[in-house]
Write a protein that binds this ligand. Structure first.
Ligand code: TYD
Length: 211
């Protein structure tokens, strides 16, 4: 099932999704001020997401299969919890999420294999529009190295594995016709302004912005 007016940004750590989520949100707010826009991210800011952040920081260690279940549980709350994505969409709003189930299909497949993340995420709706930020892991790593704090997945060997896993996951959806989800690949090493224009042009093509 496709969730209309739901836009997702995906890519390995350091691919620049957060910057572009912010720029798109600013652009929508400027050109369609009456549009109810919700900007969100996974892991969420709910308790489930907070626990995941501790795991990502390495403060708390769990079995990889447990982490896969926790990411799916956090996503379930993100969608169906009070004032979640579904409620916002049903009220006619637009939701932009920095990461969604494609992160689980890519990241969790590395330690758990492909079957478990696919099974845990198979019943969630797909977004209307998916931006996949494709970047060379070495370039992404040099961006991450400039940050003050890093997470357990932010090493070059892990980024290389996630980059390959993402490409597999996205190609899989492209081959299956993506059930109506529009997938846009973003060459994420390009300048920020160029990427922002490409994203804006794509969003404007969709009849989702109420003037
Ligand atoms: P990130 O999106 O980079 O957020 P921040 O910039 O706030 O650190 O970090 C989230 C990390 O969580 C990232 O390494 C990917 C990982 N992740 C998963 O492994 N599985 C998931 O399902 C999701 C949503 C994220």
């Amino acid at each position: 099932m496709i969730l209309s007016r739901f836009i997702v940004f995906e890519g390995i750590d350091g691919s620049g999704t957060s910057t572009q989520v912010r720029l798109l949100a600013q652009r929508i707010a400027r050109s369609a001020p009456s549009c109810a826009l919700s900007v969100t991210a996974e892991p969420t800011s709910a308790e489930t997401g907070r626990f995941l952040r501790q795991i990502l920081k390495g403060t708390h260690k769990v079995h990889p299969g447990t982490a896969a279940h926790l990411f799916a549980a956090d996503r379930h709350e993100h969608l169906y919890g009070t004032d979640g994505i579904i409620t916002h969409i049903e009220r006619g709003g637009i939701v932009i999420s920095d990461r969604y189930l494609f992160s689980s299909l890519a990241y969790q497949s590395i330690e758990c294999g492909e079957e478990l993340p696919y099974r845990l995420n198979s019943s969630f709706p797909l977004p209307q529009l998916l931006f996949f930020f494709d970047i060379d892991p070495q370039t992404a790593m040099s961006r991450i190295a400039r940050r003050s704090s890093t997470e357990i997945y932010e090493t070059l060997p892990f980024l290389e594995k996630t980059a390959a896993a993402y490409r597999r996951v996205i190609a899989g959806f492209e081959q299956d016709g993506a059930h109506g989800m529009r997938i846009v690949r973003i060459p994420a090493a390009e300048p920020i302004a160029e990427i922002a224009s490409k994203i804006w042009n794509t969003v404007q093509e969709l009849p989702i912005l109420k003037a």
